[in-house]
Write a protein that binds this ligand. Structure first.
Ligand code: ADP
Length: 206
């Protein structure tokens, strides 16, 4: 890489200042799992619940990010790695801004999740494994991708002809075959309360 004369500037307002103002401990809720496992559904429901608790959040969703920031990237291994790296960097900025960031990406490779994790503090990265058996994801086929992957119309599809490396020690392990969306959301919210990311307070709904 080209050597550049670039210097890091410290800013006046620190992360701690922002945390006190927002009254929350920022973090990344990194949802990982097969396509159709329930990442987007659960992440959206968690964000709604946090919003109703007046928490400041931002959801980065796989498909949406590929429409903008990462629209130059395809699905080759090198592109997938770059996709996750950029999402990790954006998450880091949002954590610095004081937000609770939710990311919903298949992120099938341990090494890539490790890179995203390494960008923020050790207690700022919460890996959430949305553990749904392939058969169920395929039966749901919410986006019709499995059918296309089985017919060969989509290549390198995770779970079919590209591997998914399961997290070994996720902070939160969700089994959607056993729990409803609402129950999955409660498991995640309770974790955030238990470990001091948010306080328990009264909900208001809009
Ligand atoms: P992903 O983001 O992982 O690709 P989606 O959230 O887009 O998955 O799709 C998951 C599908 O599974 C949705 O149609 C959702 O309604 C359905 N589903 C059924 N039960 C559950 C559950 N317990 N948790 C999450 N999703 C569920």
């Amino acid at each position: 890489m080209e050597e550049k004369n670039i210097v890091w500037h410290d800013t006046n307002i620190t992360k701690n200042d922002r945390n006190s103002l927002l009254n929350q401990k920022p973090c990344v809720l990194w949802f990982t799992g097969l396509s159709g496992s329930g990442k987007s559904t659960i992440a959206n429901a968690v964000e709604r619940k946090l919003f109703n608790k007046s928490r400041k959040t931002y959801l980065l969703d796989g498909d949406n990010v590929r429409h903008g920031l990462n629209k130059d990237l395809g699905f080759l291994e090198s592109d997938r790695i770059e996709n996750i790296r950029r999402i990790g960097e954006v998450s880091k900025l949002f954590v610095d801004a004081g937000l609770i960031v939710l990311t919903a990406f298949i992120s099938p490779f341990k090494s890539d999740r490790q890179i995203a994790k390494s960008l923020v503090g050790y207690d700022e990265f919460i890996e959430i494994f949305i553990d749904t058996p392939l058969e169920i994801c395929e039966e749901r086929d919410s986006k019709g991708f499995y059918k296309k992957a089985r017919s060969g119309a989509i290549k390198n599809f995770t779970g079919i002809d590209s591997p998914y490396e399961k997290p070994e020690n996720p902070q939160i392990h969700i089994k959607t075959a056993k729990n409803t969306v609402e129950e999955c959301v409660d498991i995640i919210i309770n974790h955030l309360i238990k470990f001091g990311y948010i306080e328990e307070n009264n909900d208001y709904s809009i």
